[in-house]
Design a binder for this molecule. Structure first.
Ligand SMILES: Cc1cc2nc3c(=O)[nH]c(=O)nc-3n(C[C@H](O)[C@H](O)[C@H](O)COP(=O)(O)O)c2cc1C
Length: 206
């Protein structure tokens, strides 16, 4: 397999435009034919504490990502590390900590649902964070939860629901990056403000 490296301007010849200028990586990384980095990227990085503090400044839309465990029981986690990747075909990304039930149970081909919370649903977000006092099966006691055709918890009052199949699961550091192919969406036509999370607080985003 041909391996490519970045030139002294941080560019892979002919592949990237100016926006991908990465001078710090020049000579330090090698790519395969799909431009995936081979091995670890050896760059200076901030302390985890500084990274975490800076990341808390970012407001994230709050979702609850749901699925089922290997025995068919519902599982879910409050998640802000979710984003749209592509509209054609509809595809989204979810980053799930390896220690959580989603990462431990969801395999390629498995069904999951991304429930986008409204500003009134901070209590649901709190319940779905889990923790020692929150048993997994109590997360879905609220009457707003139903099940989709595959038995996946689906929040009927969510601003939007994205029903997905896991097309890929990519381990990266402490997390698993799930690529979800969206097979249906349910949009709450009443709309309303979204729930966001920033600096440890839930906020209403009109
Ligand atoms: C606002 C908020 C956003 C979160 N976002 C994520 C996330 O994107 N990915 C993740 O793995 N955990 C995230 N967490 C933590 C998980 O909700 C929590 O650790 C998880 O539900 C625990 O899963 P478990 O009950 O399966 O162990 C977030 C927590 C909060 C409060």
């Amino acid at each position: 397999m041909e391996h490519r490296t970045l030139d002294d301007r941080g560019l892979v010849a002919g592949e990237f435009d100016e926006w991908s200028f990465l001078p710090d990586l020049a000579g330090k990384v090698a790519f395969d034919d799909d431009l995936r980095v081979l091995g670890d990227v050896d760059v200076d990085c901030p302390a985890t504490h500084d990274f975490d503090r800076a990341s808390l400044q970012r407001a994230g839309g709050v979702t609850v990502v749901t699925s089922t465990d290997k025995g068919g029981a519902p599982i879910g986690m409050t998640a802000t590390a979710v984003c749209s990747l592509s509209a054609t075909p509809p595809t989204l990304l979810v980053c799930a900590n390896r220690s959580g039930a989603i990462a431990r149970n969801l395999g390629c081909g498995g069904h999951f649902c991304v429930n986008l919370l409204s500003a009134e649903q901070a209590d649901i977000a709190r319940v779905c964070v889990g923790g020692s006092s929150q048993r997994e099966n109590n997360k879905f006691d609220d009457a707003q939860w139903s099940q989709d055709d595959f038995g996946i918890p689906s929040l009927t009052t969510a601003l939007a629901r994205f029903h997905c199949v896991a097309a890929d699961r990519i381990p990266i550091a402490t997390h698993i990056l799930f690529v979800g192919r969206v097979n249906s969406v349910c949009l709450n036509e009443n709309g309303g403000a979204a729930l966001a999370y920033r600096e440890g607080k839930y906020l209403s985003l009109a």
